[in-house]
Design a binder for this molecule. Structure first.
Ligand code: TMP
Length: 218
């Protein structure tokens, strides 16, 4: 994605990215506790989702099953529709109110999953990402990097114990390899915004590094 100016709102926008099973939600909760102790007001949210309507779209994108195929183009448009709604209803107002927005996945996931892994056109994805995100570009993106084999094992276990159908967690290992490669390529392209943290360690060790990175920004 081309270099852009930061949004002009008083708040701070931090996104977490990474393959399945990288521990994003645990790290977001730990970071929110830390920042709240420092007096920040944090808004925890996620994509696809974050508003009632966007959460309904999330259910379709993640769990759709049955004879009617969910086409890759439809999937992309549903994700971008959910993002448009989320940005306008939640993220932008929170940034305008000076809050720290901690978002579990954002547009880099679209570049990695629909672009890198599903092979959809990266220029189309770039334009849709811009349209949906409006001026809300993350100030900082933490990429929790873990080998797909490790993340995959964790999520396979989750799918089996919950017994829930999940369109992404059921994809093959190669799909998840392409997701990871694309995330790492984004980080190499935008090293100032995207910081890579090795997530193959204990939650406490990862949190300590997340804190070090975030302290420079907040
Ligand atoms: P998760 O939040 O539990 O990781 O589930 C979200 C799933 O949706 C995850 O498998 C990745 C996928 N996804 C995309 O394919 N593209 C996107 O833009 C986003 C935000 C998520």
């Amino acid at each position: 994605m081309k270099k852009r100016l930061r949004h002009t709102y008083p708040g701070c926008f931090i996104t977490f990215e990474g393959p399945e099973g990288a521990g994003k939600s645990t790290q977001i909760r730990m970071l929110a506790d830390y920042l709240e102790h420092r007096g920040c007001v944090c808004r925890l949210t996620r994509e696809p989702g974050g508003t009632p309507l966007a959460e309904r779209l999330r259910t379709v994108v993640k769990n759709h099953e049955g004879p009617e195929r969910l086409h890759a183009t439809t999937e992309l448009l549903l994700i971008e529709a959910a993002r448009s709604q989320h940005v306008r209803e939640v993220i932008r107002p929170a940034l305008a109110a000076g809050e720290v927005v901690l978002c579990d996945r954002f547009f880099d996931s679209t570049t990695a999953y629909q672009g890198g892994a599903r092979g959809m056109d990266s220029e189309v994805i770039g334009s849709l990402n811009e349209l949906a995100a409006a001026e809300c570009i993350p100030d900082l993106t933490i990429l929790l990097d873990v080998a797909p084999e490790a993340g995959f094992a964790r999520t396979r276990h989750r799918v089996e114990t919950r017994g829930e159908h999940d369109r992404f967690e059921e994809e093959e290992l190669d799909f998840h390899r392409r997701v990871r490669e694309t995330f790492l390529a984004i980080a190499a392209r935008e090293p100032e915004r995207v910081r890579v943290i090795d997530a193959g360690r204990s939650a406490e060790e990862v949190h300590a590094e997340v804190r070090r990175v975030v302290d420079e920004f907040v």
